[in-house]
Design a protein around this ligand. Structure first.
Ligand code: ATP
Ligand code: MG
Length: 149
């Protein structure tokens, strides 16, 4: 686990996400955790820009998944807030994305019944004047080389 980082504006959070995206490798999965309005989609927008994606990332709340193929690595962005039945997510075959080298960003991953063996977790916390971001990893090295379970 790295030190939590503090962002006082959406733009600052997006610049961090953009830099992180430049380090991303095919098959990496990012779980975006945090309350409603914590900044998960804001993060995804900066991240997509860092992959060189030109489309504006919008929350895929109703479609569950949005695909973006025009970046350095193809990206799929999911939002499972409205998922009522984990079986509905199984039908999406998310594993095919990471197995085929897509970068996977998932909002509300706690709605899923199964998670991949390896992922990076981005935890966003709302504070009085900004957002606190904690980055941790399961099963793979995070950018500063730490590995935590
Ligand atoms: N430092 C900050 N970082 C990110 N967002 C911020 C920050 N300060 C204020 N905001 C605001 O908080 C909101 C974050 O919304 P966003 O849609 O990214 O959240 P979310 O976690 O995806 O929510 P949801 O769970 O509803 O999908 C935006 O309106 C944004 O402008
Ligand atoms: Mg969102």
């Amino acid at each position: 686990m790295q030190q939590p980082q503090y962002f006082t504006s959406p733009g600052a959070l997006q610049r961090f996400a953009q830099k992180l995206a430049q380090l991303a490798q095919p098959g990496w999965v990012f779980l975006l955790e945090g309350d409603l309005g914590a900044g998960k989609t804001t993060f995804a927008q900066g991240f997509a820009r860092g992959l060189g994606i030109t489309a504006t990332v919008v929350s895929p709340t109703f479609t569950l998944l949005n695909e973006y193929r025009d970046g350095r690595i193809p990206l799929v962005h999911g939002d499972f807030y409205r998922l009522e039945d984990p079986l509905q997510a199984e039908e999406l075959h998310l594993e095919e994305y990471w197995e085929n080298g897509w970068v996977v960003l998932l909002e509300w991953p706690d709605r899923l019944s199964e998670l991949p063996e390896q992922y990076l977790q981005i935890q966003l916390e709302i504070t009085d004047s900004g957002r606190l971001l904690s980055l941790s990893g399961k099963g793979l090295a995070v950018p500063d080389g730490d590995e935590t379970e």
